[in-house]
Design a protein around this ligand. Structure first.
Ligand code: PLP
Length: 377
């Protein structure tokens, strides 16, 4: 089966009793045992649940992976990956990374005796400089949040493998519709399913996908032990959402391209960050690596006051955290996704206070452009 078909059919056979086409919601904390000699396939919803199994199967198949595990949030999925590290281990984290991942690396891991160093995913050679004898894992993402830089996934993974690192990749921004990092040498793909996979801003969830059974087992065990499990209803909603991922992503990509081209031509816009623009420094890498350039973009105004004014004046774009839903959102990274960083840390990552991030939805592109035109003035 191909991508769009898999999204609709993998793990989703009609229910055996009534042949319901849409899987029923198994809103049950516990499942009855017939006797003590036969453990039921599902016994307790913290460990797993039928709705969760269906979603795990479909997300794994969309990532061309064998094993999927779901969590109560994207951060729980990232924390699960870090649970593979032990006291005394060292983690390499890309400098350009989602603020929540950075927070975990800066504030939580050191307390557990795990040290963290940065490397630059755009220059895989920096991995050799950052690696230490106790390095065990590397994590990166592309396109990056919020400045949309695109690094070469296969090159980073190959370099990390030379040093025996477990390679973790956050594919939230692109979604499996646009790139499949496991095919490029990554060991574990992470998703905040809150974003494109669910697509309707009504669920917080996370996923890991891997081809390595022993890694999946350790991730699953951690989740079961910690209890960062998704609810059946959230899995049911995400399963409904993922069915349309393919068509949604096409519209996100074409709307974002139209918005990026409008912004590029606007005299009051200082800079536009969208990998679909020929002017983007990573346009060629993105063209080679991605099936589309995605629905995320960032742009810079001349002054901080301008950025704040535009953020507060859009009407179709709602001023809100998060991304990947059908509705368009505008975000101000210093107070939202990257609030955990200091101004200095943000500037070192080319996230100036004049930057706004857009999650371009699937509305009529003319309405999005008109909205930005009136807000920028
Ligand atoms: C790239 C990326 N990864 C992970 C996360 C964390 O996901 P969640 O909010 O579902 O915990 C986010 C959230 O914004 C994100 O943008």
């Amino acid at each position: 089966m191909r991508f769009a078909t898999k999204a609709l059919r993998v793990g989703q056979e009609p229910d055996p009793k009534f042949r319901a086409v849409i899987p029923p919601l198994y809103q049950s904390a516990t499942f009855a045992w017939e006797d003590l000699d036969h453990i039921p396939p599902v016994d307790y919803t913290r460990c797993t649940n039928p709705n969760r199994i269906m979603l795990e199967e479909v997300i794994a198949s969309l990532e061309n992976g064998r094993f999927g595990t779901l969590y109560s949030s994207g951060m729980a999925a990232i924390a699960a990956c870090f649970s593979l590290l032990q006291h005394g281990d060292h983690l390499l984290m890309a400098g350009d990374i989602y603020g929540g991942t950075f927070r975990l690396g800066e504030k939580v891991l050191p307390r557990q005796g795990i040290s963290v160093s940065e490397f630059c995913a755009h220059h895989p050679g920096t991995i050799a400089d950052a690696v230490q004898p106790n390095s065990k894992m590397l994590i990166f993402e592309t396109p990056t949040n919020p400045n949309l830089r695109v690094s070469d996934i296969a090159a980073v993974a190959a370099e990390a493998k030379k040093h025996g690192l477990i390679v973790v990749f956050d594919n939230t921004f692109a979604s499996p519709a646009l790139q499949n990092p496991l095919d490029l040498g990554v060991d574990i793909v992470v998703h905040s399913t809150t974003k494109y996979i669910t697509g309707h801003s009504d669920v917080i969830g996370g996923a890991t996908v891997t081809n390595r059974e022993e890694l999946n087992y350790a991730l699953f065990e951690w989740n079961k032990a910690i209890g960062a499990s998704p609810s059946p209803f959230d899995c049911w909603l995400s399963l409904r959402g993922v069915k349309t991922l393919s068509v949604r992503m096409k519209q996100h990509c074409s709307n974002a391209q139209a918005v990026a081209e409008f912004l590029l031509a606007h005299p009051k816009v200082a800079k536009v960050h969208y990998p679909g623009l020929a002017e983007h420094p990573d346009h060629q890498t993105a063209t080679r690596q991605m099936k589309g350039f995605g629905g995320m973009l960032a742009f810079e105004l001349e002054t901080v006051a301008d950025a704040r004014r535009v953020a507060e004046s859009t009407k179709v774009f709602l001023l809100a955290e998060s991304l990947g839903g059908v509705e368009s959102l505008v975000a101000y990274p210093p107070l939202m996704s990257h609030a955990t960083m200091t101004e200095e840390q943000r500037l070192a990552r080319a996230i100036p206070p004049t930057m706004l991030r857009l999650s371009v939805g699937i509305e009529d592109p003319e309405d999005l452009i008109e909205d930005l035109r009136q807000a920028i003035g």
